[in-house]
Ligand binder design. Structure first.
Ligand code: SF4
Ligand code: SF4
Length: 193
């Protein structure tokens, strides 16, 4: 199977980043700001890291003034997936981003920056150097799920043969593993791939 690092992070060509700073200037999270603050109080490392660098914009309009294209891209993408709730959405800017778009905290930047874009389905700013690469990574994942579905069909045929109870049990265990894997991608639409 391989780890997240082996399968994704280590393969990500960092040279694709052309250092426009857009992903540091306008950012949002799926977790509302108030919840993030509570999580940080309860020592959640991810929330603490996030709030240690990102400062909220006063309003969505204020974020639009910083970069309306990025704000609207995020809102559109979240809306397409039915995940945009205006009242619960806060945009942030990193306090370490310099006017020349470079990071003044580069050597000490938290893990969330080192992992960004952290998944093939990450929402990146329009024109981000990773756009094309992320597209191909998504296609690779889809291909894996299509192959897994073919394996399921083969297992279904196998189950129709005369099997011992032990063999049947093993086949069903493999089936369950494959189904769990497909289910992990459900939020991205794996049922239709
Ligand atoms: S938006 Fe993309 S290209 Fe720009 S700094 Fe972020 S990762 Fe690099
Ligand atoms: S710490 Fe640096 S890399 Fe991370 S968001 Fe801020 S400016 Fe960007």
């Amino acid at each position: 199977m391989g780890s997240y690092e082996e399968n994704y992070l280590d393969k990500r060509p960092q040279s694709l980043c052309h250092m426009c700073g857009k992903c540091c200037r306008v950012v949002t999270t799926s977790t509302p700001y108030e919840t993030l603050k509570k999580m940080a109080e309860e020592n959640d490392k991810g929330a603490i890291d996030f709030l240690s660098i990102f400062v909220p914009y006063e309003s969505i309009e204020a974020a639009r003034q910083a970069d309306s294209e990025v704000v609207d891209n995020i809102i559109n993408r979240l809306s397409e997936d039915g995940n945009y709730i205006e009242d619960e959405t806060t945009f942030y800017c990193c306090k370490y981003l310099q006017d020349d778009n470079l990071c003044s905290n580069y050597e000490n930047r938290p893990v969330l920056c080192r992992h960004c874009p952290s998944s093939p389905w990450s929402i990146v700013p329009p024109g981000c150097g990773f756009e094309g690469w992320l597209f191909w990574k998504r296609e690779e994942e889809k291909e894996k799920i299509r192959r897994a579905k073919e394996e399921l069909l083969e297992l279904k045929l196998l189950k129709k043969r005369k099997n011992s109870p032990e063999t049947l049990q093993k086949i069903e265990a493999v089936e369950q593993k494959i189904l769990r894997n497909i289910d992990m991608y459900k939020k991205y639409g794996s049922e239709n791939w």
